[in-house]
Design a protein around this ligand. Sequence first.
Ligand SMILES: Cc1cc2nc3c(=O)[nH]c(=O)nc-3n(C[C@H](O)[C@H](O)[C@H](O)COP(=O)(O)O)c2cc1C
Length: 178
Amino acid sequence: MNTLIICGSRYGATRVIAGWIAERLGYECLIVDVKEAPDLHEFDLIIIGSGIYEERPMPEILNYIDKHIKILEEKKKVIFGVCLDTSGFFVRGKIHGGWEYVRPVIEKFQDPPLHAGVLHGEINPSKLTTDDEKRLMIFYNKMLKRNYAAIPFRTKMNKEEVWEFAERILSKLGGKFY
Ligand SMILES: Cc1cc2nc3c(=O)[nH]c(=O)nc-3n(C[C@H](O)[C@H](O)[C@H](O)COP(=O)(O)O)c2cc1C
């Protein structure tokens, strides 16, 4: 199956996860950044992954889908988001996080993706831009009321979780429901 994995990734986690997905699928996949995505016609399966920033997929991914919606509707698709909070939370009567992060991508399609998921990423302070560092300090200290002097390194990246995700893709490609 000719497979393309398109990544929206600011710090590389989505790209690493794309590699793990390809590894478990067990055949060669082309992995590209959303800015370099080639002509989609030659692919049978298109997997689209995005890092999640401030509760949203990356605008580059949303714009890409809008631009190529016609051809994407004709293809088998898989969607995944990469973030720290994959389970979500409930505040003041509203659901945030988890699956909510990928809903804007899933809902772009009339023909629903074959599979979708939310996978764990990481925050590596040594890679962050000054702007992102400031945003995260506000998030941790003002919103979560922590008292951090610096952003902590947190990785929740989990190859086992990613392989399970890829196994579900294989199972659904084989006509199974789950
Ligand atoms: C400025 C900023 C905002 C973020 N916002 C969220 C968020 O709203 N929810 C979440 O679960 N993770 C959030 N994250 C964590 C990212 O989703 C995580 O770093 C992910 O691995 C990024 O993937 P990428 O390296 O492929 O871009 C945020 C990270 C940064 C730096």
